[in-house]
Design a protein around this ligand. Structure first.
Ligand code: UD1
Ligand code: MG
Length: 474
């Protein structure tokens, strides 16, 4: 667990409310499973909760509970959150009532929403510090348009400055004057568990929406003489919720820009940070250049001086120093991974699939597909070819239109191509087969038997010509 400023204070337990339907997404997928940067919205929140050193993370699920729980079980930290089911969903206060039995009395509870994915660690730590084991701390923000949010109602200020927070009033329950308030509740609070539990037991649903409002705890705190502090953020991104596809897209762009900025700060040269997408992790050494419209997924690492051309999709791969990935190349290592060796040249329009292991200075050209194959240093397959389940030696030249026939309909077989072999164009190497070191395979050959080192193999019908051939006439 990370060292935190509150290490010697109360433990922190986090509740993530994620039971809502998300009607405005107009989707069969539960809202919190929609993806931001390639990961479920709620998964971002679980990670953040774990990064602040939460003792327990409780996710309140309801709509699509089974799917939401399954999706959150394999989090980045590997720690599975606890789940509290809320059926039916009677409001945020009701959601917290379902979580309450899982919360020990000695902790500070941080309340988060599964659809507010970019809440920051530092903000939460500051909020917990504000709660200090005895106060109700609310995360608030001033906005230009407060429509739809709970308004922060304060007492008149005694002197200069702001009055005490007295209540949060929901839009639908607010009077004219309250609606004009531009300070709103973000949906995030930190509160001592014991106090929270007594207040949750007192909630009712006598309001415009007939819901149990968590926000009513503010009124109880005031009555009980518990100090309420508003911790104001000015970072709208951190408290931005996702309710519609348009909001999801806007947040995605903002998130991508933030990732792009972080990479550029490390020295990565992005042709256009607005046309860059990272859905996973990207580790870059020095002097990496990435052209426009590239998408990186899973875990990708790029060595020093690597250049990636426009419109490449690269997933789960390691690209070694000085390699160049030309435009429109698709690399996906999935679970097995892909490695591209030092100084290699890939693409344009190349496809590297799981288990492609390329050594140094390998050239893979347009419309070449490589799967589960190793290519030793200096091997080249420059045009229109397939290498599947192959072991390719150093300096091999693999001709245009040649393929390994690796699949007999039931099993995959290996093709072994020795060092310095030259395979002509349009060959079919029927696996299992070995082409001996230094051998040559004539263009158009279908090779079914292994060949000796140094041999020229031609496996095609001999050419026949008929002199002065007369074509049939119409
Ligand atoms: C809530 C706050 C409002 C605040 C706003 C910030 C209340 C009463 N109001 O309003 O003051 O400004 O968030 O975005 O809390 N959820 C459940 N179970 C339920 C209802 C909701 O788990 O029964 C979850 C939702 O999935 C969502 C979160 O709680 O993740 C917030 O619910 P939502 O309905 O969006 O609350 P708002 O009306 O926006
Ligand atoms: Mg909301």
């Amino acid at each position: 667990m990370n060292k935190t400023p509150q290490d010697n204070q109360e433990p922190v337990d986090v509740v993530i409310m994620a039971a809502g339907k998300g009607t405005r997404m107009k989707s069969s997928l539960p809202k919190v499973l929609h993806r931001l940067g390639g990961r479920a919205l709620a998964a971002h929140v679980v990670d953040t909760a774990q990064r602040i050193g939460a003792r327990h993370v409780v996710v309140v699920t309801g709509h699509g509970a089974t799917d939401v729980e399954a999706a959150l079980e394999g989090g980045a930290s590997g720690r599975v959150p606890l789940f509290a089911r809320q059926v039916p969903q009677l409001g945020t206060g009701h959601a917290m009532q379902q979580a309450a039995p899982l919360l020990p009395d000695d902790g500070t509870v941080v309340v988060l929403s599964g659809d507010v994915p970019l809440i920051g660690e530092a903000t939460l730590r500051a909020l917990v510090a504000q709660s200090g084991g005895r106060r109700l701390a609310l995360l608030t923000i001033r906005v230009d348009d407060p429509t739809g949010y709970g308004r922060i109602v304060r007492a008149p200020a005694a002197q200069d400055g702001e009055g005490e927070v007295q209540a949060i009033v929901e839009e639908k329950d607010a009077n004219e004057a309250q609606r004009a308030i531009r300070e709103i509740y973000s949906g995030v609070m930190a509160v001592p568990a014991q106090l929270l539990k007594t207040w949750l037991a007192r909630l009712d649903n006598k309001n415009a929406q007939g819901e149990y409002y968590l926000t009513d705890v503010v009124g109880f705190a005031t009555v009980d003489g518990v100090p309420v502090v508003a911790h104001r953020t000015d970072d709208a991104l951190q408290v931005a919720g996702v309710n519609s596809p348009a909001q999801l897209a806007a947040l995605e762009r903002a998130y991508q820009l933030r990732q792009a900025d972080a990479l550029m700060a490390q020295g990565v040269r992005l042709a256009d940070p607005a046309r860059f997408d990272l859905r996973g992790t990207l580790a870059c050494e020095s002097d990496v250049e990435i052209d426009v419209n590239c998408v990186f997924e899973g875990a990708v690492s790029l060595g020093a001086g690597v250049r990636v051309g426009a419109n490449c999709v690269i997933a789960n791969a390691r690209i070694e120093t000085g390699a160049v990935i030309h435009p429109f190349t698709h690399i996906d290592g999935e679970k097995a991974g892909v490695t591209v060796g030092e100084g290699s040249r890939i693409g344009p329009f190349a496809r590297l699939r799981p288990g492609a292991r390329l050594g140094a200075e390998v050239h893979i050209g347009n419309f070449v597909e490589v799967k589960n194959s190793t290519l030793a240093a200096g091997a080249k397959a420059n045009h229109l070819a397939y290498l599947g389940d192959a072991t390719v030696g150093a300096r091999v030249n693999y001709g245009a239109g040649s393929i390994t026939a690796n699949y007999d309909g039931a099993n995959k077989h290996r093709t072994v191509i020795g060092d310095d072999v030259h395979v002509g164009s349009n060959c079919v190497l029927v696996a299992p087969v070995t082409i001996g070191v230094g051998g040559t395979v004539g263009g158009g050959s279908t090779v079914t038997k292994s060949t000796e080192p140094g041999a020229l193999t031609v496996a095609r019908a001999r050419q026949v010509s008929f002199a002065n051939w007369q074509r049939p006439k119409k």
